[in-house]
Design a protein around this ligand. Sequence first.
Ligand code: SF4
Length: 341
Amino acid sequence: MSPASAPNPIVPTASARGAPLVRVVNLSKEFPAGSTGIIGGTKLSVKAVAGVNLEIQPGETLGLVGESGSGKSTLGRLILKLLEPTEGSVFFDGRDLSTLGREELRMLRQQMQLVFQDPYASLNPRMRVRSIVGEGIEIHKLARGKEKEDRIAELLAMVGMSADAMDRLPHEFSGGQRQRIGIARALAVNPRFLVLDEPVSALDVSIQAQIINLLQDLQEKLKLTYLFIAHDLRVVEHISNRVAIMYLGKIVEIATRDEIYLNPRHPYTRALLSAIPTIDTAHRPERIKLPGEMPSPMNPPSGCAFHPRCPYAKDVCTNIEPKLETGRGGHAVSCHVFPAP
Ligand code: SF4
């Protein structure tokens, strides 16, 4: 995949950053996972997200990358308040979402939308495109009658589809077209922030680039802010201003796009980068094969949770959990052996 455009250039540099649009403070989410005995056993839980802190600037795309089970989709849903955190806070435009009443939250939710991974499953197969895209317009009473029809046509045009798509059902479209409809649905309520949860993972590689280019164009035109979730670093490279790497519910590295790709520090980031297929064999990094699978979040390893798979692990790694320390240019890493630059 080789999308032509670069990440949104209007995002302020680290030194010129103002108030973030999204701020996440010490956010955690535990899910109950049964108990050790039938009667009176110890209650078990899965810590899907564990003490995450991050900020997203207006107009920025933050890529969030991790293997399946790393907690990245849960984090996206916590930010949108589709899930209640066990601990911690989410601020949107300076407002703590946990302090808002129902009506205030409903109004703010309009500004924060989700685009799903699977365009096949996320569209109701019995609803015509007119109703799918128009649903949010109706719920939030944004337009009626002819004005609503015109707005739906405008949204479809924005995502590169013609107005005659309105009368058709989802199964009449290709995967890429369905994802365009999903994006139009998210845009219908004039959001400022989109969580894009693996929006291209279910698509062919050739279509992935088209959707990423569309998202970049829309971001520039509508001044949108994105959290772009993906399971590999290849997909987020061309769209992200910064990239965060997640492992077992925690951010283990976060930096500008160039720092992550040119100066990765954490061994997990390096392993993910080495797995990206490339035709540039002269600059291909040596493939780092990680042993085993990601451990269960129900029973995370002691110390650095990555230590059972890390080729550089030392004694300290098994006993003491490294902190996420921030270094030059906001490059933050949690590793005893390869600290922040
Ligand atoms: Fe590897 Fe140790 Fe760094 Fe963890 S702290 S990533 S085990 S070197």
